[in-house]
Design a protein around this ligand. Structure first.
Ligand SMILES: *Cc1c(COP(=O)(O)O)cnc(C)c1O
Length: 381
């Protein structure tokens, strides 16, 4: 080994890498009977028995009705917009994963960005009204990091201006407020079951609908627009979840409560230790009872000895791969930055957060030792 490397760097090279997340996987041997059932029935997709069972099981678990499975969350967003026949302009947040705004472009809709609330980094309801024009038809907020948006304020504006509300609830699996699922709010909510999410089916997603009729429209749209063998009513897409993914979801659901409990414990341990660190701010998504602890975002403030990017690099040098969710802002990507509402002067809070945020590793298999290793890097700055 190179003798000129500092001892600290040599030690880091030999330490295991910790990624920001690690997919939660149920035991492989428990999945074999499900696979056997699929092989025996030869029903591979198109709303087969596992698809039906997972829809029912998720409705029961989440406390919702009329849940439609999809092959991923992005097609869920695209299909939700189609289901409500949204056109024109939609008000959304720049502080999210890029799929939120991409779903608008896929529907030929113009995104209108509004700034976020500095406390939660969710869409700031006080900024919505000024962004409404005669072309506005809907609001597309995100329950960022699984922390609920200001649902009442958003609904009040939607009602006043006759706008639809579609929640990007990709982070919000299992989140309840006042004992009630937050997925029941707005006109539709969209979940993602991607490998990196709290509940995963490898790839997958769902739309939570208010009634059977809306779910039926979603079902048509996710199956090319077919309503029966010879009738096509819309230019639908192929958004169906396969039987393998649905069966895996059923198995995962047996283990979700343990996974969520472990996330809560990790979050509490981080919060307790970070309370002693000057210049690091935790968001309500970290320490709230409401949150599902899908992420552990921190903000690096001016009185921390390092900048966010210096801390990011320091973690990398120690084989800890943290992520800057969300940086860059969606509004800074080439297909959005020309929009009038994408300008930095319109989005000061989101712009500042994007320069300060780091998501620390959190996943059910994470050990207390791993957490302590992560904390010791912050504490040694
Ligand atoms: C993951 C994610 C999506 C996309 O979901 P996929 O299942 O990966 O297509 C959309 N919005 C947000 C906020 C996400 O985090």
């Amino acid at each position: 080994m190179n003798a000129s490397l500092p001892a600290e760097a040599i030690a880091a090279l030999t330490q295991e890498t910790i990624y920001v997340t690690q997919p939660h996987l149920s035991p492989l041997e428990d999945f074999i009977p499900y696979l056997r059932e699929i092989w025996e029935s030869k029903v591979l997709t198109n709303g087969g028995p596992f698809h039906q069972r997972l829809e029912k099981a998720l409705e029961d678990y989440l406390g919702v009705e009329h849940l439609a499975l999809l092959s991923n969350g992005t097609l869920g967003l695209v299909t939700a917009l189609q289901a409500l026949r949204i056109t024109g302009e939609v008000i959304t947040t720049p502080y999210s994963f890029v799929a939120t705004a991409h779903s608008l472009l896929w529907n030929g809709i113009k995104p209108v960005f509004v700034d976020v609330d500095p406390r939660t980094l969710n869409m700031d309801p006080a900024k919505i009204e000024a962004a409404i024009t005669p072309q506005t038809t809907a609001i597309l907020p995100v329950h960022c990091y699984g922390y609920p948006c200001d649902i009442d304020a958003i609904q009040k504006i939607a009602d006043n201006y006759n706008l639809k509300v579609i929640y990007d609830a990709a982070h919000a699996f299992g989140v309840k407020q006042g004992g009630r699922s937050i997925l029941r709010n707005g006109d539709l909510s969209v979940l993602s079951f991607h490998a990196t999410k709290v509940f995963n089916t490898f790839e997958g997603g769902a739309i939570i609908c208010p009634d059977a009729k809306t779910k039926q429209r979603v079902n048509h749209l996710k199956n090319f627009g077919f309503v029966d063998e010879t009738t096509v009513v819309a230019p639908g897409i192929n958004g169906k979840m396969s039987e393998i993914n649905a069966a895996f979801g059923l198995l995962q659901l047996d283990h979700i409560d343990e996974a969520l409990t472990r996330r809560r414990d990790i979050s509490a341990r981080y919060c307790e230790k970070l309370a002693q660190v000057k210049g690091i701010r935790c968001l309500p998504a970290c320490d709230s009872e409401i949150s599902n602890h899908s992420y552990f975002p921190i903000l690096v403030e001016d009185d921390f000895p390092l900048t966010r990017d210096e801390l990011f690099e320091k973690f990398r040098q120690h084989n800890i791969i943290v992520r800057r969710y969300f940086f860059p802002l969606i509004s800074d990507f080439p297909m959005y930055r020309g929009l009038p509402t994408a300008q930095r002067s319109n989005l000061p809070v989101a712009g500042d957060a994007a320069q300060r945020v780091l998501c620390l590793p959190i996943f059910p298999a994470m050990t207390d030792d791993q957490l302590d290793r992560i904390m010791s890097i912050i504490e040694s700055c």
